[in-house]
Design a protein around this ligand. Structure first.
Ligand code: AMP
Length: 213
């Protein structure tokens, strides 16, 4: 399955990053997270990073032109036949159309999670500054407080996980990204998974669903 080309859809807090990490390791896929790429650029203070930061901190989407270029360049840098998971891209119709022109996606995985659960998850989410592994202080705390189990890196709370920004991000998701569910459903590519369960259970369901393809 190392040649699978997947898109992960779902609201902020649906578990896209967590599931993409588990699945990419299990299936030998490259995990491409637009949010991680923007956060890394913001940390290094590049021109792209400064631009991305000005949108991210307001809970808004980075303009399509910039985002499409970043992700398509990342995809074209992969070796031929290498499968991947796009986590957080596409998030708008123009992004989905630009992607479609470049590569044929096998499935768009939709992690479905109720809104109350999204807000609960995001407000207790902490991330490793070094390897980006997400933790949840309530349901998946690190073994040592404030430190990543995998690499020992420092954990931090994302600026845009504060409540007001979270509400804005969910609003933006409903307006601009949710229509992509229909976009992929019409092409017969949508694979809906119940993302409201624990991370490990979701990963098992997801693997089973993909093995049936
Ligand atoms: P995420 O880590 O996926 O929640 O993304 C964090 C932030 O990065 C988003 O709130 C946007 O500001 C920006 N971002 C990530 N992916 C995209 C995308 N595909 N299009 C536009 N902005 C994005």
């Amino acid at each position: 399955m190392s040649a699978l080309k997947l898109v992960f859809l779902g609201a902020p807090g649906a578990g896209k990053g967590t599931q993409a990490k588990i699945l990419s390791e299990k299936l030998g896929l490259v995990h491409i997270s637009s949010g991680d790429l923007f956060r890394q650029a913001a940390e290094s203070g590049t021109e792209l990073g400064q631009l991305a930061k000005s949108y991210m901190e307001k809970g808004l989407l980075v303009p399509d032109e910039v985002t499409i270029k970043l992700i398509l360049e990342r995809i074209s840098s992969l070796s031929p036949g290498q499968g991947f998971i796009l986590d957080g891209f596409p998030r708008t119709k123009p992004q989905a159309e630009a992607l479609e022109k470049e590569v044929e996606i096998d499935k768009a995985v939709y992690l479905k999670v109720p809104k109350d659960e999204l807000i609960r998850r995001l407000s207790s989410r902490w991330i490793c500054r070094n390897c980006q592994t997400p933790y949840n202080l309530l349901s998946h705390p690190p073994k040592v407080a404030g430190r990543c189990d995998l690499c020992g890196g420092e954990l931090y709370q994302r600026e845009d996980d504060k409540e007001e920004t979270v509400r804005k991000r969910i609003e933006v998701y409903l307006e601009q990204t949710a229509p992509l569910l229909d976009f992929y459903a019409r092409k017969g590519k949508l694979l809906e998974v119940d993302g409201g369960k624990g991370a490990e259970e979701v990963a098992v369901d997801l693997l089973q669903a993909l093995q049936k393809l």
